[in-house]
Design a protein around this ligand. Sequence first.
Ligand code: BTN
Length: 245
Amino acid sequence: MNYNINSDIEILEFDEIDSTNTLCKELGKTFTKTILVSANSQISGRGRLGRSFISEKGKGIYASLLIKPNINILDVSKVTCVVGVCILETLKEYIKNDLYIKWVNDIYLNDKKICGILTESKISNGIVDYLVIGFGINLYHQIFPKDVNASSIEDQTKIIINKNELLSKIVNRIIEALDNINDDLYVNEFRKHLYYKNELVNLSVQGKEFVGRVIDINDSFELLVELSGSIKNITSGEILKLRKY
Ligand code: BTN
């Protein structure tokens, strides 16, 4: 209902679903055109590293785009970051507050997570069969468990954003970005909004914890961190938290 999407895609809406990403992966076996799955709530919303994503009824966007992009397999690792920029840039149309991207997939507002992105892919014979680009955005008033450092846009700014208008704009941006994934614009915007830049943080890399200083990202969106006096590029892992003394 009430979408304004520039390309010819199929839209499936659910009141409640297990996970929009999980459904897209199932549909990926047979799909012939781009599909957007959006739900009012998810029973088992999934995040990165096996975490769950709280997806309370009517509180936000819980959506996944199933798409066969024309990208090289070497560029698949950039998709989450590029999508982060697409979402952040769209949110800036509504919100004047500073927004940050916590490498690699979370958007923060006032030091609270308001959005998470989960990209999954199927690659065979060196070709990207499909991508599932899932994103959850906390739009409206919501009380999170104490151990979850999240909030909603309404709670942080009092701004109430129309859900389908925002979703349409984001989808339009993502589809355009996938055709231009190596455009400098994305890496530059990510850099500008890199959360914890120049801060000491706790990092988890391949199951081990480190303390390092966030320096920047490189042109492949790898995180550059100063660890024991030298700069290392981190390809997978995550920033756990700001190091406090
Ligand atoms: C994260 O926080 O690590 C990523 C969260 C991604 C959540 C979205 S909500 C829509 C889509 N369906 C899912 O199960 N997950 C993503």
